[in-house]
Design a binder for this molecule. Structure first.
Ligand SMILES: NC(=O)C1=CN([C@@H]2O[C@H](COP(=O)(O)OP(=O)(O)OC[C@H]3O[C@@H](n4cnc5c(N)ncnc54)[C@H](OP(=O)(O)O)[C@@H]3O)[C@@H](O)[C@H]2O)C=CC1
Ligand SMILES: C[C@H]1O[C@H](OP(=O)(O)OP(=O)(O)OC[C@H]2O[C@@H](n3cnc4c(=O)[nH]c(N)nc43)[C@H](O)[C@@H]2O)[C@@H](O)[C@@H](O)C1=O
Length: 310
């Protein structure tokens, strides 16, 4: 990327978008444009077109989406499908119509079949049934990948896609119902410690395995791909190591310093049994995650406590 390029970060207030903005600023990019969802509703094609027509961004990071954990995905099923289809379609189409030079679309590891072999290789896309709890979101993300591929095939657009594993970091969502597991557990253990509770309840059995990538590592990967990757094949972005939800809970319990026990609420869904990313392709290109899970959780826990009010 040229340091003077006009760069649009869609979703700049979110966890991923804000990490991309931090990284761009650190690297000396200053011609950045962004809008909040109340200033520009990305589900509205004509508003998106007006924005692209006036700003003409050369580079687009597409990090806006309706996002949430397993229960949010399973509850707001229509919104996760509709909003994410429209956001991806409107921005990708406008980037073509108003001649952006390059666009990076962000999907998610939930695009893979529920029972795909592990680790998940990029070629396993569309080789089996999806996990039901997040099928609507996954279908919208698969549509985004295909839009990037087909705008490249038909119109020669330089649109690329990256599939991050489960993420965590600054500006995460700590809502007790709608968040992902890692921020949810930080909050649960912290509140249990403050309240002197005897136990913390994990959703599901604790046996599903997940991989966690710090969002600053993801932001570095996004800039790396913008600079170095121009291919229609989407790429996995992860660490290539996972742990069970119970192991994650034990780790967070230790970092927070909670001394009670962990109990299970098996009325809540487990979701996909495992979704370990095969990161061979992106590692071979020259990018690798750097932040360990232990140090990453310690730093987000510090951020969480500095802002926490009951
Ligand atoms: N979090 C995770 O674990 C993972 C995330 N991803 C992907 O990374 C991307 C970013 O996720 P993340 O940062 O966690 O999500 P966040 O919820 O933190 O941020 C999403 C952003 O999207 C914007 N947005 C949502 N709806 C609209 C809309 N209708 N119009 C305009 N803007 C909108 C919001 O803007 P505003 O704040 O202005 O309302 C918000 O800042 C998504 O594509 C997601 O699928 C992929 C894998 C894992
Ligand atoms: C990133 C990814 O995120 C979503 O998929 P997910 O990985 O299944 O999401 P999750 O982080 O919410 O849960 C992971 C595991 O953890 C268990 N779990 C225990 N206790 C809590 C708990 O307190 N909260 C939550 N949320 N989960 C808990 C939970 O039961 C599950 O077994 C997708 O819908 C989709 O959005 C997507 O792409």
């Amino acid at each position: 990327m040229n340091k003077a390029a006009k760069i649009y970060v869609a979703g700049h207030r979110g966890m991923v978008g804000s990490a991309i903005v931090r990284k761009l600023k650190q690297e000396g990019y200053s011609n950045l444009v962004y809008k909040t969802s109340s200033e520009l509703d990305l589900r509205n094609q004509s508003a998106v077109n007006t924005f692209f027509e006036s700003e003409k961004p050369e580079i687009v990071f597409l990090a806006a989406a309706k996002v949430g954990g397993i229960v949010a995905n399973n509850t707001y099923r229509a919104d996760f499908l509709y909003d994410n289809l429209l956001i991806a379609s409107n921005i990708i189409k406008a980037a073509h119509d108003f001649k952006s030079e390059k666009l990076l679309f962000l999907g998610s590891s939930c695009i893979y079949p529920k029972l795909a072999p592990q680790p998940l290789k990029e070629e396993y896309l569309l080789s089996g049934y999806l996990e039901p709890t997040n099928e609507p979101y996954a279908i919208a993300k698969i549509a985004g990948i295909k839009l990037c591929e087909e705008y490249r095939n038909q119109y020669n657009c330089n649109f690329i896609s990256a599939m991050p594993t489960n993420l965590y970091g600054p500006n995460d969502n700590y809502d007790p119902q709608n968040s992902h597991v890692l921020p949810a557990l930080i909050r649960k253990f912290h509140e249990a410690k403050l309240n002197g509770s005897k136990s913390v309840t994990l959703w599901g059995t604790g046996s599903p395995k997940r991989e966690f990538l710090h969002v600053d590592d993801l932001a570095e990967a996004c800039l790396f791909l913008m600079d170095n990757y121009n291919d229609s094949q989407f790429l996995n972005v992860g660490v290539g190591e996972d742990l069970s939800i119970l192991e994650l809970a034990e780790l967070i319990k230790d970092i927070v310093g909670f001394e009670g026990e962990i109990v299970h609420d098996t009325s809540k869904p487990d979701g996909t049994p495992r979704k370990l990313m095969d990161v061979t392709r992106i590692n071979n290109l020259g990018w690798k995650a750097k932040i360990s899970l232990q140090e990453g959780i310690k730093s987000v826990y510090e951020e969480f406590t500095s802002k926490y009010s009951a």
